[in-house]
Design a protein around this ligand. Structure first.
Ligand code: R5P
Length: 292
């Protein structure tokens, strides 16, 4: 197997290659004067199994097109099998028609991946894994919650409570509570599909004076987590340690989180940022060496 490092995940791809022992493909990359992405493979791809590692974090559309170009290009160069390793999977939250007439974007993205010859997709804490079951290629959804919570636990929480939200909250809670040896409090959330405003209902009784690990799969606009932090403060929780696998942090969500009372913010390198204290390289390298 050979690893193709996509521009959105160069460091992560190199770390994954180092851990798995697979070589990294040499690639020339530039933007054309009109903004198009240009790639040239400098390593022979003929007959090779290829893993293209490229997150589709913001700017999603650009990173997605680059992923498609790299998969399709590897095929054009004679690659035998293509695995797309997409640490953050864009469009996964538009996995169905919530309102009449909406495009089911995830389904379009999966069709595009199939069209460029992807035979296997490896991703991390994707929003709705069920939506990938009929994608037409093999699919693995790895969890970065254990290393994220292990890193959070090292920050010295006292008498901690785990608070989780959202659709994947149950699974995340089970892993987080296990690792942190903590009880769980659920934040029930609902989002207005038109305004995007998130309503959070939190059982406040057990929170007074306790450190909280508020864990989610993703912080995008921060609407959900900021409201959770606000309610935790109102419930007189002590320090609030916020952790999420994918930190998109749209519109200064990090700043707003700290202003609302978050003590720390920790994420992974599925979406690189200054808060990416945890790497998913080990998880990806393990998935790559495991047969689908
Ligand atoms: C919801 O199901 C997810 O777990 C997240 O809570 C949500 O998608 C985060 O989005 P935002 O940061 O925009 O509220």
């Amino acid at each position: 197997m050979i690893i193709v490092p996509g521009p959105a995940s160069t460091d992560l791809a190199r770390r994954t290659a180092a851990l798995s022992g697979f070589p990294v493909c040499e690639l020339a990359f530039k933007y054309q004067p009109d903004g198009e992405s240009y790639f040239r493979f400098l390593t022979d791809m003929k007959g090779k199994e290829v893993a293209v590692i490229q997150s589709t974090s913001p700017p999603q559309d650009r990173n997605l097109v680059q992923l498609l170009l790299l998969c399709s290009g590897a095929r054009q160069r004679g690659a035998k099998a293509i695995t797309a390793v997409v640490p953050y999977m864009a469009y996964a939250r538009q996995d169905k028609m919530f309102m009449e007439g909406e495009v089911v974007s995830l389904s379009s993205v999966l069709q595009a991946l199939t069209a460029v010859g992807v035979e296997r997709l490896i991703t991390v804490n994707v929003h709705s894994p069920k939506a990938f079951t009929n994608a037409g290629f093999s699919f693995s959804n790895e969890s970065a919650v254990p290393p994220l919570c292990t890193a959070l636990a090292k920050r010295g929480l006292k008498n901690p409570v785990v608070v989780t939200a959202g659709k994947e909250g149950g699974k995340i809670a089970a892993q987080a509570c296990d690792i942190m040896g903590a009880e769980h409090v659920v934040a029930r959330t609902s989002r207005d599909r038109l305004t995007g405003v998130v309503e959070v209902r939190l059982d406040r009784e057990e929170l007074r004076g306790r450190d909280v690990a508020a864990v989610d799969d993703i912080i995008s606009t921060g609407g959900t987590m900021i409201e959770i932090v606000r309610q935790l403060k109102a419930a007189k929780a002590s320090r609030i340690f916020v952790g999420a696998v994918h930190l998109l942090l749209v519109r200064n969500a990090d700043k707003k989180l700290f202003q609302t009372g978050a003590h720390i913010l920790l994420g992974t390198d599925t979406v690189p940022s200054k808060y990416s204290g945890v790497s998913v390289a080990e998880i990806l390298s393990r998935a790559l060496v495991t047969a689908p």
